[in-house]
Design a protein. Sequence first.
Length: 246
Amino acid sequence: MDSGSGVGVLDKAAVVLGALEAGPSTLAQLVAATGLARPTAHRLAVALEHHRLVARDMQGRFILGPRLGELAAAAGEDRLLTAAGPVLGALRDHTNESAQLFRRQGEARVCVAAADRPIGLRDSIPVGATMSMLAGSAAQVLLAWEEPDRLHRGLQGAAFTATVLSGVRRRGWAQSVAEREPGVASVSAPVRSPSGRVIAAVSISGPIERLSRQPGRLHAATVIAGANKLTEVLARHAAAQEEQNS
């Protein structure tokens, strides 16, 4: 253990998280790796679990928790938002429909970037708009690759089914027709972090009259290409950071 920050409990919590970086640990392994007393190691691991910084695997061992991934994703958000502007603009110009980038926040999804169709009938979603995770192609994408228990919970009351999400995972994109709002259709594809986790959804949306009842046939390839561009930007940035740190 280093000399520490002077805040003992935080230093010990950091040691526990550092030990779990090597992989799943039983309490005994955690005690051995950290040098902490057994009751202290247990109390800290359980407290960190409460804050989702630590979780348990199927065998009950302690592992790093989902909150760390969420914080890491948020740290990378500026990079994502900087890259999103040009990508969404190109998507709008190519499809002639409004384009958006959504991120999940708890039980909702938030529009964090958008490029609106300048004239005519359009589906305008302002940046900062909070929308339901129970309907729409972006909600499908943000839920489809979740852990099974979280996916199951997310389906309760949803306008789509587990079968629909299975199809989304298989083909790599989602579509919805009048699911979120009458008369509106959309197509969405996932943006992934360098670790492969789905952290955002790129979407285009507009009236069914233009997008048809099979909007994916018209625009899935273009939306996937836009989402993949953002995934590549994040991967390149992570690789550059790694090079700097090595």
